[in-house]
Ligand binder design. Structure first.
Ligand SMILES: *Cc1c(COP(=O)(O)O)cnc(C)c1O
Length: 452
């Protein structure tokens, strides 16, 4: 292993150097990978030099999501202390189902969950877990709601005609999860959004009333904080009132924007989150931990057990349920996704996490300011969001994004809202500076001028 760590250090240093010198990588077309990289798996062993060269080439040809020029998705950047935690979690290789195998890491995870519960503002104790991404924590939220409103579902299959609600702008995992839960995709209603991308409360109520009149049983509303394309926050207080009135489960999909709980300045965006029945947040998005670190908490402890526990005498030997989180998790073997968040949080404090969030919003302000003060740009998105959606000089956003990627200049994607397509810049890399944002526009403009 020591020799392998030396290899690790050599490759890591080359990667850091390449990140600095080249930014994002110039992509190798899939058809030519075979020629450029030594990927084949052969019968015989190879010697360490050849192995190291193959691995180095592979690493250096892989998209670099931690550079200042990666704006493609809702994550980016690298937090050293968090990567350190992740590397140690890999070396330790625990599984988080029992205290016997997870040891103090179980307490590390519990501390994170309890602190998040406090920050969201839940008035009663909550219970939670970490799953392999926001799609899966959203799934857990929907499962708990399903089993609460149709307790026989898990044994007998569907008995009650359940219908759920989510904004048309919400994450696609909601539709998949409706299928996974056995509800059927057609039993999720997608509610129109207003002009800023927030779920329309009028349409929501109208649809619920219609479903009730049709003999359906509304059971679940997914509120999004924030949406994938525009970064819009659904009005949680109003949604919670509707959930109360119609006796429905309120799930907050904060996979993306839930991290505003750390910021005094921006937590008002999720006012009412403490009224939720379940709340999810991904630390691997705004907070920059390595992928994945997705948390779900619920004040309905019993629901978490009811939906996810199962006895297994070969696994649960000794220790109570409260320190055997396998009883409340989606999977059996489970990575230690807690440590990388704990190492970051421990090192910079809750305040430091808040500063990361504030900084990302400041970068978004810089970007919007730039766009607003430059007549060659059209802005399509709104304040209080780290998604900046725009077009440049009527140039096709698809074309521009694809060409920038193909030539290895920078990585940014495009999105759609109400029929309009635009470039979607995400200022989610907390390591970036305002200069990096200006550099983004400079590269984009230079590139567009030279291409046209
Ligand atoms: C990213 C995201 C998800 C999915 O999270 P994964 O960790 O990628 O599975 C769900 N909802 C929203 C709003 C997201 O932005």
């Amino acid at each position: 292993m020591n020799k392998d760590l030396e290899i690790f250090n050599r490759i890591a240093n080359k990667l850091f150097e390449a990140e600095k010198q080249e930014g994002v990588v110039k992509p190798v077309p899939f058809e030519t990978l075979k020629k450029v990289l030594d990927l084949d798996l052969d019968c015989a062993a190879i010697d360490d030099d050849i192995f190291e060269k193959a691995l180095t080439d592979l690493v250096l040809s892989t998209p670099r999501t931690s550079t200042t020029l990666f704006f493609n998705q809702l994550f980016g950047g690298r937090k050293g202390k968090s990567s350190l935690g992740e590397l140690l979690a890999v070396l330790l290789n625990n599984s988080m189902y029992t205290y016997k195998v997870g040891g103090p890491m179980i307490a590390v995870e519990k501390n994170i969950l309890n602190k998040i519960s406090e920050l969201v503002g839940f008035k009663t104790e909550t219970l939670g877990t970490i799953a392999s991404g926001g799609s899966m924590t959203n799934y857990m939220g929907m499962m708990m709601a399903r089993d609460k409103y149709d307790p026989d579902f898990r044994n007998k299959g569907q008995q009650v005609p359940l219908v759920g609600y989510s904004s048309i702008e919400s994450h696609y995992s909601i539709a998949k999860n409706a299928a996974f839960c056995g509800l059927g995709r057609d039993n999720m209603r997608y509610i129109l959004s207003d002009e800023c991308g927030k779920m329309s409360m009028e349409d929501l109520v109208e649809q619920i009333e219609k479903d009730i009149a049709d003999g359906k049983r509304p059971f679940f509303i997914n509120a999004t904080a924030a949406t994938t394309v525009l970064g819009a926050f659904d009005p949680l207080l109003e949604i919670s009132k509707i959930c109360k009135k119609y006796d429905m489960w309120m799930h907050v999909d904060g996979a993306y924007g839930g991290s505003v709980i750390f910021s005094e300045k921006y937590k008002h965006l999720i006012e009412g989150a403490h009224l939720a029945d379940s709340f999810t947040v991904n630390a691997h998005k705004m907070l920059g931990t390595p992928i994945t670190c997705s948390i779900i908490i619920t004040p309905h402890k019993k629901c978490l057990y009811d939906s996810f526990s199962n006895d297994a005498s070969y696994l649960y030997q000794g220790d109570g349920d409260d320190i055997n989180p396998g009883k409340i998790s989606l999977q059996c073997g489970r990575r230690n996704d807690a440590l990388k968040f704990w190492t970051l949080w421990k090192s910079i404090g809750t305040q430091g996490l808040g500063e990361i969030v504030n900084h990302e919003f400041e970068l978004a302000d810089v970007a919007r300011e730039y766009i607003r003060s430059n007549p060659d740009y059209t802005l399509y998105s709104f304040d209080d969001s780290i998604n900046i959606c725009f077009n440049y000089k009527n140039i096709s956003p698809e074309l521009l994004c694809n060409q920038l990627y193909e030539e290895g200049k920078l990585m940014v994607g495009y999105g759609k809202f109400k029929g309009q397509t635009f470039i979607r810049l995400i200022t989610v890399n907390g390591n970036n500076s305002p200069k990096d944002i200006e550099e983004f526009f400079r590269i984009l403009e230079d590139f567009a001028e030279n291409k046209n």
